[in-house]
Design a protein around this ligand. Structure first.
Ligand SMILES: C[S@@+](CC[C@H](N)C(=O)[O-])C[C@H]1O[C@@H](n2cnc3c(N)ncnc32)[C@H](O)[C@@H]1O
Ligand code: SF4
Length: 457
């Protein structure tokens, strides 16, 4: 078994691989016309169902750890104005693609979607259904909810709009940690909001927690975890805190000296996995946990888990249509991201143009490496045959150099390369970002000290 020191030596700046190529490779030379052709091409040839992501960027106050694309505001006008632009974007999208295709996933993310009122949420939901009328009966429809902004009226609107999954941001219950991250929420508040969701028949409730936050230690985090489990969540996302103050200025409020060391983080992670297992939750993918009979757990056991910008799914690969500021769309052969600046976003729509700021068209090589990296990230294993059939290659010949570079993981006893595939064990699973990085063709071009990613451990 790998020791703590060795494990900590794996702590490097590395991508989280929500996409490959990563967002730093999205460029402005991929513009609106490239995006429109990609939409047409995917309509005709991709034969994929749709997944819709709607970004609702507003929050009342800054949580200092937050890496999301957020606008802090108290202005009701700003929120109301945004709704009008969402509607404009949807109406443009419907002219540029076949919106009658089947939708298997809809996700409201943020920011804080429930910073919008019940009436405003209803307006957005109606606009989505008017644009995309063909939802699958078993579509996953989910909303990220900040417990500090959530009412019974909002839940009623979500429920009647078909929402069947709620994800609450919890983060940490410890008062010292809460002060350091500028986010206060009690266990009583959590009890109240869970009840609101359960009373409306929501059977899938997820809690987001973060480890690696200021002042956290093993005992404080386990205390948070016990409280969270007692509230009966069906799933947990337990994120490794991504500290990137050079990207998010509000993270400058966090004193780096108070962040737990990689060794402490590893201890937290190991104990979290063991504790949640005892409570009946399996680890799936990199940072998610679900009950043993959850469809995500079953898909994970069959190495069939997929991940997109909305999280893990069992619905296979779909084409993601991103709506709203900064949202990212993904098709078989492209990624496209909307403007991050609200003025540019609005100006594009006022001009009658889709608000695409940048993106990337994927080459054959990108698609091949993307599939390898996603298989590893999602299932912590990879069957050569699956990739060989999809891309008509001999895996071991094509990736001979990469397989050699896996030797250090093999020597550390966390990975096996067998005749038929690559298999990480439980510890390798915790280091899966490091393993996936071996297959990233862009990373070698960035000197290690210039990689502006969060730490892998
Ligand atoms: C958009 S927020 C969730 C919805 C809502 N705004 C809230 O805070 O409850 C998405 C989640 O990303 C996670 N997150 C945000 N910043 C992070 C960071 N720097 N590192 C790791 N996870 C982070 C948090 O767990 C958060 O709940
Ligand atoms: S964690 Fe949620 S509520 Fe806090 S700033 Fe980020 S998006 Fe807003």
């Amino acid at each position: 078994m790998i020791d703590f020191k060795k494990f900590a030596s794996y702590s490097k700046a590395g991508p989280r691989y929500t996409s490959y190529p990563t967002a730093v490779e999205f460029k402005e030379n991929f513009g609106v016309s490239d995006f429109e052709s990609a939409l047409k091409r995917n309509d005709k040839t991709a034969n994929l169902p749709l997944s819709i992501y709607v970004h609702l960027p507003f929050c009342k106050s800054a949580c200092y750890f937050c890496a999301c694309n957020v606008i802090y505001t108290n202005s009701e006008d700003k929120k109301e104005r945004y709704l009008g632009y969402l509607k404009k974007e949807l109406s443009l999208i419907s002219k540029k693609m076949d919106t009658s295709r089947e939708v298997v996933q809809l996700h409201f993310g943020g920011g804080t979607p429930t910073y919008f009122s019940a009436k405003q949420l209803e307006y957005i939901i109606n606009a989505i259904y008017q644009t995309f009328p063909n939802f699958a009966k078993n579509a996953e429809i989910s909303c990220e909810v900040d417990p500090r902004h959530f009412t019974h009226e909002q839940m009623v609107v979500l429920k009647s709009g078909g929402f069947n999954r709620i994800s609450f941001g919890v983060q940490d219950f410890d008062s010292v940690v809460q002060k350091a991250i500028n986010r206060f929420q009690s266990i009583e508040l959590m009890e109240k909001v869970v009840k609101i969701a359960r009373d409306q028949g929501i059977r899938s409730i997820n809690f987001d927690l973060i480890y690696g936050l200021p002042y956290q230690n093993l005992s404080s985090f386990m205390d948070t975890l016990k409280k969270a489990v007692s509230l009966g969540a069906d799933r947990f996302a337990i994120f490794n805190y991504a500290h990137v103050p050079w990207i998010k200025r509000t993270m400058g409020n966090i004193d780096e000296k108070t962040l737990p060391s990689p060794e402490v983080k590893l201890e937290i992670l190991k104990n979290t996995i063991a504790f949640l297992k005892d409570c009946g939750y399996e680890m799936i993918g990199m940072d998610h946990f679900a009950k043993s009979d959850d469809e995500l757990t079953l898909a994970s056991q069959n190495a069939e888990l997929r991940r997109n910008f909305q999280g893990y799914t069992t619905r296979g690969f779909s084409q993601t249509i991103g709506i709203g500021l900064t949202s990212i769309g993904e098709g078989l052969d492209y990624y496209a991201q909307n403007f991050k600046d609200i003025k540019q976003y609005e100006a594009a729509l006022d001009n009658g143009e889709l608000p695409i700021e940048r993106g990337i068209a994927l080459s054959y090589e990108d698609r091949l490496r993307k599939e390898v990296i996603m298989q590893l990230m999602n299932n912590t294993q990879l069957e050569f045959k699956k990739i060989e059939l999809l891309f008509n290659i001999d895996f071991k010949t094509y990736f001979a150099k990469e397989i050699q570079r896996l030797q250090t993981f093999i020597d550390d006893g966390i990975l096996e390369v067998k005749d038929d595939g690559i298999y990480a064990n439980a510890t390798g699973g915790m280091l899966i970002r490091n393993i996936a990085m071996v297959f990233d063709a862009y990373l070698d071009k960035i000197p290690e000290d210039q990689r502006r990613f969060s730490k892998t451990v």
